[in-house]
Write a protein that binds this ligand. Structure first.
Ligand code: MN
Length: 257
C-alpha cells in the first residue's frame, strides 16, 4: 500500500516556523507535500486570486512557494500540480489561535476548508502562543490527530479545527471535542495621524476577549486542553430556516416595477 499523501499549507507563509514543525511532524506517517503562500496571508479568509496569474516556485524537494492565498495553494495543488489526490490536507501550524468567530477570517482554517470542499479530509492546526515556543509538541499533537483521521476517517463535509495551548506535551490537557465559541471585539479600530497630519486607521486594537460558555473551544483552552472543533460545510441555520418559513414574504406582483 502506498504511503498516505499529505498536503500541507498555512497562512503565515512558507518560511514560518509553524509549517516546518508541522511538515516534519507528519513526515513519519506519509509523503508530505508543501504548497504555501510566499508571505504572511493571515486573515485573508477563504479568498481566491481570480484576477492575476499565480507563480509557483520550488524551494526544495516537495516544497513550493505560491504567490497567493492558502485557498489558492490547495486548489492549485489538488486540482493540478500534485497529480494524485491527497489523503488529507493539513493547514498550519498557525501562530496564534483560531477560535470562535475568528475562524471566519482565518486563512489557516480556509486552507483546510478548501480541502474539505474538494472532498478530502482536512485539519486546521493553530498554536496559541503569541510567540510559539512549543511547536514541536504541537506538531506531535497534530500528528496524533492526523493519524486518527487517516485510520478512522472523518464525518462528511467537516473540517477539524484544532487549537493547541503553547505548552510542552506533558503539560497539555486532554483532547476535547468542542463547539465554536464567541469572540467579543473591543477597541478594534485604532485611529492615528500620519506625519502629515492626515488620519489613518489600523484594524486590531486590544486583544479580543470571548464569551465564557462551557463546551466551547475557548473553554477547553482555558483549562489547558487541546480543542478540536468539527466545522460543517453547511452554514445554514436550520432552526432559523423553520422560523423564517412562518412568515412567508410575498413579492409585490401588482406594482409596475
Ligand atoms: Mn496566520
Amino acid at each position: 500500500m502506498p504511503q498516505p499523501l499529505i498536503l500541507v499549507t498555512n497562512d503565515d507563509g512558507v518560511a514560518a516556523p509553524g509549517i516546518a514543525a508541522l511538515a516534519s511532524a507528519l513526515e513519519p506517517i506519509g509523503e508530505v507535500w508543501v504548497y504555501a503562500p510566499d508571505r504572511n496571508q493571515s486573515a485573508v479568509g477563504h479568498g481566491v486570486s481570480l484576477h492575476r496569474p499565480l507563480r509557483v516556485v520550488p524551494i526544495r524537494e516537495r516544497w513550493f512557494s505560491v504567490d497567493g492565498t492558502p485557498t489558492d495553494c490547495v486548489m492549485l495543488a489538488v486540482r493540478s500540480l500534485l497529480g494524485r489526490r491527497p489523503d488529507v490536507v493539513v493547514s498550519g501550524i498557525n501562530n496564534g489561535p483560531n477560535m470562535g468567530d475568528d475562524v471566519t477570517y482565518s486563512g489557516t482554517v480556509a486552507g483546510a476548508f478548501e480541502g474539505m470542499l474538494l472532498g478530502i479530509p482536512a485539519v486546521a492546526v493553530s498554536n496559541l502562543g503569541r510567540v510559539s515556543r512549543h511547536l514541536e509538541a504541537s506538531g506531535n499533537v497534530a500528528r496524533a490527530i492526523v493519524e486518527s483521521v487517516l485510520e478512522h476517517g472523518m464525518p462528511a463535509e467537516t473540517v477539524l479545527n484544532v487549537n493547541i495551548p503553547d505548552l510542552p506535551l506533558d503539560e497539555l490537557g486532554a483532547v476535547e471535542i468542542t463547539r465554536m465559541g464567541r469572540r467579543t471585539y473591543e477597541d478594534v479600530i485604532v485611529e492615528r495621524k500620519d506625519p502629515r497630519g492626515i488620519s489613518y486607521y489600523w484594524i486590531g486594537g486590544n486583544d479580543p476577549s470571548h464569551v465564557i460558555e462551557t463546551g466551547t473551544d475557548f473553554d477547553a483552552i482555558e483549562r489547558g486542553c487541546v480543542s478540536v472543533t468539527p466545522l460543517h460545510r453547511d452554514l445554514t441555520n436550520h432552526e432559523g430556516h423553520r422560523a423564517l418559513q412562518q412568515h412567508p414574504i410575498n413579492l409585490p406582483r401588482n406594482s409596475k416595477e
